[in-house]
Design a binder for this molecule. Structure first.
Ligand SMILES: C[S@@+](CC[C@H](N)C(=O)[O-])C[C@H]1O[C@@H](n2cnc3c(N)ncnc32)[C@H](O)[C@@H]1O
Length: 250
């Protein structure tokens, strides 16, 4: 994915105490980083941080962590978070961010870092079959998330992409999640607890309905149900990567 260089991002992130430099050092200890016992929630692939900045400032009684692999994105997220909190006249006291490859997220969180909720918004659809394992909702990733998501905790997932949404419903079922809310058109679903992300705004302005689901973690051990890629994911989604790339170049 292409993104314009932002030479300021790394130095500015290094100066900010809410950006964690070596996240793996906090494995098993994330709770103690926050100076209270509030529930923890996680956003995977936060991009420019439009979502997490609004969510965290609106919910001072919840602790948030937002992750993205690109420092350019994290730099923009940091600036958005600072701006939202400054406008609210508040210290940034309930959100941390860091750079991490999410496919290796188990190096950063363990079953001593239990989250109540995980948000995944507009992750890359990886349309080619041989790339499906890189999807942030693929079984390989969901089985990692189970380790640090509380029983009864939930994953909230939004996408513009029909094929990814269809496949993801299956991934969640195979990995021991119950779908408690599913809509093919979030903005006309009556669901009012929504904060729009940057990609969501772009896709809905193009008239593309937003797909959304809430998946609740069941206590069962789904390991034996874990299947391989099936044939239902073969629909080709033309230009999908391009649409995402264009969005990231601002
Ligand atoms: C399409 S953007 C969506 C950004 C934002 N969530 C939104 O809805 O506007 C996907 C984001 O996930 C990040 N990302 C994709 N794959 C990742 C991975 N394997 N590990 C960490 N971050 C990833 C990208 O850098 C990018 O910022």
């Amino acid at each position: 994915m292409r993104i314009r260089r932002k030479p300021w991002a790394r130095p500015e992130l290094a100066e900010w105490e809410n950006c964690i430099d070596v996240p793996a050092e906090n494995r098993g200890k994330w709770k103690s980083l926050f100076k209270n016992d509030a529930p923890m929630m996680l956003e995977l692939g936060c991009g420019k941080g439009g979502f997490i900045s609004k969510l965290a400032v609106a919910n001072p009684d919840i602790n948030y962590i937002a992750v993205d692999i690109k420092s350019e994105m994290l730099g923009l997220a940091m600036r958005n978070i600072k701006r939202e909190y400054a406008e609210a006249n508040r210290e940034v006291d309930n959100v941390y961010i860091f750079s991490q490859e999410i496919m290796l997220i188990s190096k950063v969180f363990s079953n001593e870092d239990m989250f109540d909720r995980i948000y995944i918004n507009f992750c890359n659809p990886w349309p080619k079959t041989h790339d499906h394992k890189k999807r942030l909702t693929h079984n390989n990733q969901l089985m990692q998330y189970r380790e640090f998501l509380k029983d009864g905790g939930e994953i909230r997932f939004k996408t513009d992409n029909d094929d990814l949404f269809l496949s993801s419903k299956r991934y969640f079922a195979e990995c021991g999640f119950e779908l408690t809310f599913v809509t093919e058109d979030l903005h006309n679903s009556g669901f009012d607890d929504n904060i729009e992300t940057e990609h969501e705004k772009m896709f809905s302005e193009q008239g593309i309905p937003i797909k959304f689901l809430i998946a609740k973690k069941l206590t069962i051990n789904p390991a034996e149900k874990q299947g391989s890629e099936s044939e239902i994911c073969t629909e080709k989604v033309e230009n999908c990567d391009e649409k995402h790339e264009n969005m990231n170049d601002n």
